[in-house]
Design a protein around this ligand. Structure first.
Ligand code: ADE
Length: 245
């Protein structure tokens, strides 16, 4: 699995991939990340990557030629999934991250300034990806987020296979709460059930807590028609407990 990042700020990526799980995945050869300076794909003396927008208005727009050239140069065997980071894109979620992780090569184009010439989105990119409904100053932070989220789905990247499967969203729900030592801290106690040693009971409690948190914070993620019967029972339990409070 290889990520190619095309950017005018290659230095931005030096720190972010040099720690933690992504670093370990790089060291173990599970993933490769190659950062390309867009200016290396210009052909003029000034290495110009942007220009004024047609139709007037302020700001600068990234030119199409260096981006097309960069993608054509880094593509392996004419393949690769080409993704443009932009606030207009498909929202990144666990499903999309998993899809990307199944590709052999993902090419990430970082937008900048007021935008990117639309011919890139229309004729070069396979996907446009957004990491949320807000505008960043460029696609670099978004590209780093995509790499991190997708890398976690590459086999062998996250230590225990189960930990990705248990992550928030992977099972369609937010995470259940976690606790560690001490058992009591400033009067705040760890729930008793976690010391019971009864794994079935603990599992049921975790599922219930995950459902409760998800129903409260992200009701869009718990749709009644897709719930397993046991989950529906747990939700009923939760709502009757709430009535009792
Ligand atoms: N570039 C600027 N804002 C962005 C966003 N929200 N997602 C992805 N790329 C971006």
């Amino acid at each position: 699995m290889r990520f190619d990042i095309i950017t005018i700020f290659p230095e931005m990526f030096a720190g972010i991939f040099s720690e933690g799980i992504v670093k370990r995945a790089l060291d173990r050869g599970r993933i490769r990340i190659v950062v390309h300076d867009l200016r290396d794909f210009t052909e003029d003396k000034h290495r110009q990557v942007d220009d004024r927008p047609f139709g007037g208005l302020e700001g600068m727009v990234l030119k199409p030629e260096p981006i097309f050239r960069a993608v054509e140069a880094v593509r392996e065997d004419g393949g690769g999934r080409v993704c443009l980071l932009s606030p207009q894109g498909r929202a990144l979620d666990a499903r999309l991250a998993g899809e990307l992780a199944a590709e052999r090569q993902v090419i990430l184009i970082c937008g900048r300034y007021e935008g990117v010439d639309e011919r890139v989105a229309e004729h070069l990119a396979d996907d446009e990806i957004s990491i949320g409904d807000y505008v960043l100053s460029g696609g670099e932070l978004a590209a780093a987020v995509v790499v991190d989220a997708a890398a976690r789905f590459v086999p062998g990247v996250v230590g225990k296979e189960g930990s990705v499967r248990n992550d928030s969203f992977a099972g369609g729900l937010l995470d259940y709460p976690q606790y560690t030592r001490p058992r009591e801290f400033r009067g705040m106690k760890v729930p008793q059930v976690l010391f019971s040693g009864d794994h079935k009971k603990i599992e049921r409690w975790r599922r219930k807590k995950a459902l409760e948190k998800t129903a409260r914070r992200r009701p869009d993620l718990v749709k009644d028609d897709t719930l397993a019967p046991e989950d529906r029972r747990l939700l009923e339990e939760i709502s009757s407990e709430r009535k009792d409070e």
